[in-house]
Structures are given as C-alpha cells and as structure tokens.
Design a protein around this ligand. Sequence first.
Ligand code: CA
Ligand code: CA
Ligand code: CA
Ligand code: CA
Length: 293
Amino acid sequence: MNYRFAYLCGVCFCLCCFCASMSALADSNDINNPGFEIFDINSPPDFNAPAGWKRTNYTAVMSSFAGRFSNLRPPNWPLDQDIGLLPYEGERFVVLSTGDLLPEPNHAELRQSITIKPGDRLTGAYFFGTNDWTPYDDWGAIQLVQPDTNIIEVNIIRVCVADVESFRSMRGWQRFDYIFDANQAGEYDLRIFISDKQDYIYNSYFAVDGLVICPNSPISGDINADCAVDFFDFAMLANDWLCDCNDLSVFNDPNHNCMYGTDSDNNGIVDFNDLQDIIEYWLSGTMQGIVEP
Ligand SMILES: [Ca+2]
Ligand SMILES: [Ca+2]
Ligand SMILES: [Ca+2]
Ligand SMILES: [Ca+2]
C-alpha cells in the first residue's frame, strides 16, 4: 500500500467514525419506542406489550416468531420453522394477532400520536402471515388516522391473505418507505392494525419493526435507514454485490442485506441498477441514527 492511499484510507476511516458518533448523538426519531425494543413490565403475563404505544388486544414484543398453527392448519409458511422471523432491527419486534386472547377478539391495534412535516419519509419493515384463506381475507395495515378516531387519512401499508395466498406468509420482512407531501402534514395517530374478515376463526399475524421518520430525506438509496445516503449504504450494497435476492435462503440470510432493500429495483440481482440509487442521492440527507441490522 503506497503512502498516499494509506493516508486517504485513514481520512475516510476518521470521517466514518466521526459520522457514526454524530449519528448516535443526533437521533431525533419522533416515534416512541420505534423499534419495539422496550416492553411494558406491567403488560399481561402471557405476552409483553411494547412501551410507548396504546394497545388493544394481542400485541407482543418478540425476539423471533415462526407462526402459530393448529392441527387443522399445519405450518405452511415459507420460513425456516427452526429459526422463524428474526428482528429487522435491534433485538426485538412486535407481532399483532387477530386472536390469541379470550374472549376471542377480531382485531388488534397499536397507536401513538405523531407529527408529520412536509417531506418526511416514514420507513420500516412489516411481515404478514395467516392461517386463514381468501374468502376470509384478514388484513394488516399501517395508517395515519385522525387523532383518537379510526378515520383513515393516509394508508401507508395494507396487506391481506390474498397478497400472501391462503394459509401462507410473506417470505420475510418487507421494507417500506413512504414520503409525505405538504398536504399530508399535520397531527395524527400512527396506527398499526390487524383484523379478521367476516369470522373470528383462524388467526393472522402482522409484525412491524424498525420505524424511522427521516426529515427531508433522499427518496431512495438510504439502505440502512439512517436518513442519509453515504458510505454505510454503499457498504451494505457492496456486501450483496451480484447476489440473487429472489433466492429465499439469500433473502433471509443475516449475512446478506436483501431485506433492507439492496435489490432496490426488485429484479432479484444486486447490480448496477441498484447502485444507481446510491449514486443519484450520494451524500444527500441528514443522518438521524443508524439502524443496526
Ligand atoms: Ca426492533
Ligand atoms: Ca381470521
Ligand atoms: Ca443511509
Ligand atoms: Ca436489482
């Protein structure tokens, strides 16, 4: 290694360390307990509800989830039953169920107050799995509703049995990014919701993790969801270079970053098309805190 290259590497390393330390200080996420890492010690004894959220029915903080099945509905989800779904971010996530309580409910909900400013980007990840079938099209959603009501103002995510097919689930976490325009700015309740359709039989499950609000952030290229596009995103993409994210074992491999969106154009392969997003928005945005995979 020549002297000049070594010097440049040293400068880059120092800049990265500085940026990392600044990002830790600058975490200004406006959502309470956005990664569901903290649970309420006073919540029901058979599950731990997330702190900082208003809860209705079954909303449990977990560190893994492979689904719950009955003899009539044996495991049919495309998850490794020995591993299950692991956290998208941190060490825990939340799972909402249409049942798992007595008397049998037909929905579950989390909500908290939130302020949306023009240009804010809400990002995070969700997972839906079901024991039900399409005539009984259970559904999960992330919404902005008018405060203390169920009046929907913005539908951010909606996923149902028909989307994953009867008795099945998604392949793993699905990253989402939603950018709010000026007309959508205001005060809302951020609502995470799951519901049975028609009958109460056969549960469905909706998991959410890693919620982040990025102010005025780049619209793509921010793979690690720290609200800026920089070397950290490039490193995550480079790690997956030429991998096939359509391969289930690659998608759910914790040594790969497919679920964070390295295959941004969804053609399977992580290649120049995906690098283009990072190039286009290189060094834009303001770091708000690193989401540790
Ligand atoms: Ca988490
Ligand atoms: Ca159902
Ligand atoms: Ca980033
Ligand atoms: Ca691609």
